[in-house]
Ligand binder design. Structure first.
Ligand code: SF4
Length: 211
């Protein structure tokens, strides 16, 4: 039987992921809102909202895989728009911590509402497909992190509280020691405020039903 024409399956998957990323980025441009946010400015607000407390500018650079001058420019604009404010770090008086103002938190709530198009696209997945995509995505992110290709994400697979396949049940095999509760692939976190890094090679959820 002749081979299926076109790029190999791995490339097809990467092309598909790039298309999804393109859709998310296009939505970010369309969702500039009343403060005319660029996607990077929106990412900074969403990051600070997810953390729930002020952080240093260097952490923003690292988390968003950006550069200090690029983030510095975006932070200046956000402070001018009165969405961010700086406070002195109690641990080091020379360092500045950046956090959201009340207006910044309102903007974060607006950004947390996904577009109808993206919401409907996710809703088109079956429960099993949703869990498989989340599991596959987090596995690929972890592999790239282990190769220093991307910064560390605050996700279950790199978290010291994550215990994969702790329970002999198909739907909720994993355990989060932080909240002391079982959960399934469909509830894996890619960005969790309670994450603490466990180091490389941790927490592979494996195939479904591996417990
Ligand atoms: S604390 Fe968050 S990242 Fe860590 S295992 Fe629990 S849900 Fe996952």
């Amino acid at each position: 039987m002749p081979d299926v024409p076109g790029p190999p399956p791995a490339n097809q998957l990467l092309i598909g992921l790039a298309r999804l990323g393109q859709a998310v980025r296009m939505q970010a441009w369309r969702n500039a809102g009343p403060h005319h946010l660029s996607p990077l400015q929106a990412d900074i607000i969403t990051l600070l909202d997810g953390r729930g407390h002020p952080i240093r500018q260097g952490e923003i650079v690292e988390e968003l895989a950006s550069t200090p001058p690029t983030v510095s420019d975006a932070v200046k604009v956000l402070r001018r728009k009165e969405l961010l404010e700086g406070t002195r770090d109690p641990a080091d008086a020379r360092a500045l911590l950046l956090g959201l103002t009340a207006a910044g938190r309102v903007e974060a709530a607006r950004l947390n509402v996904q577009s109808a198009e993206l919401t409907d696209a996710v809703a088109a997945l079956s429960g099993d497909d949703f869990a498989a995509m989340l599991r596959g995505t987090t596995t690929m992110i972890r592999e790239l992190q282990d190769r220093n290709a991307i910064p560390i994400s605050r996700m279950c697979l790199t978290c010291r509280f994550f215990v994969p396949h702790a329970h002999p049940v198909r739907d909720r095999p994993h355990h989060c020691d932080f909240v002391d509760a079982p959960f399934g692939d469909a509830e894996l976190r890619v960005s969790c405020p309670d994450h603490e890094n466990a180091g490389p090679g941790s927490g592979d959820p494996g195939p479904p039903g591996a417990s």
